[in-house]
Design a protein around this ligand. Sequence first.
Ligand code: ADP
Ligand code: MG
Length: 351
Amino acid sequence: MLKKSPVLLFFLAAGIVLSGCSQADPDREPEVFDKSDIAMGTVVTERIYSQGEDRTSEVLDLLSQTEHRYLSWREEDSDIGRVNLQAGKGRVPVDGQTAGYLEETLKISEESGGAFDPTLGELTRLWDVEAEDPQIPSPKKIRKLLKKTGYEKIRLGMEEDQDWVELEEGCSIDLGAVGKGVGCDEAAAFLKEDPKVQGAVIAVGGSVLTLGDKPDGTPWKVAVRDPRGGQEELLGVLELEGEHYVSTSGDYEKYFIQDGKRYHHILDPATGRPADAGLISVTVLGENGTVSDGLSTACFVLGKEKGAELLAGYEAEGIFVNQDKKVYVTKGLMENFELEASGYVVFPLSS
Ligand code: ADP
Ligand code: MG
């Protein structure tokens, strides 16, 4: 059975507010185009308001292409697949898109002191928290694989207008923690090129893009899931105007429980074990999808204090939910966030 998108979207339609689109007709209502399907291994939910053509299928195709051409570690002929195959064998030419996303990702690794590490693929597969009968790996196996991790084992450069990536032997790159955010960036670039598109909200799993305006002029409403509720239960709602990139990482996405302890899919690169910094969910709003997605994973590993420092460096905003059901919201987001779930308490957080 397919998983539902962890972020629920609420749309209120009516009226029209124009956003400076030269080719939009002020007297015409935009059409509403909705689509929900699978891409990038997750549920994609789209709503596009446009006076032109339905672009929802093209967005889905674009997301699939982004995965197949650039990001997928599962496919041997994607850029990342080829780099992984050639680990230890020198420079591998890659598309400028791949290099750009990798560069942005490695910056998050650096800024987070390695809490975000795009070389954890082997460890993720060792833990395999989604297996039918998941097991806690032995410390010896974890130690062995940890030797082959570290973002500094990836090098990036350009020669004669050709981007290249070089990876140390035995390592592999896994961009799972930014893939959905990259998808949001690709979708945003595509939709911005269509002057008839007046507004859009696209959820790629736990990463959401809002663009332009809603026809009735009310803000977009992006719901954040209750990390300890059912799939359709909300922690609260974020009201946002215009272009935003919202990503959530949590310990409720993929996990198993053994002896009362939860083992989830976000690993601490320092220990090779599920991150244990006291948080159960982190939502980030950053300058683009890649950054928001990367920062939400990094903050989950770092915890509230260090996470808030990292966000400040990026001028990003966030919502940190800790194990005691305390919800810390950065000051720039306090007015946008409305708590809905009972049992939680909201506190302002200076980032
Ligand atoms: P999701 O994929 O559920 O949206 P995230 O964006 O937080 O959640 O990414 C988690 C995925 O990223 C894991 O499944 C794994 O492939 C990879 N990963 C796990 N820990 C880290 C980490 N510390 N840094 C970077 N990637 C990680
Ligand atoms: Mg992420």
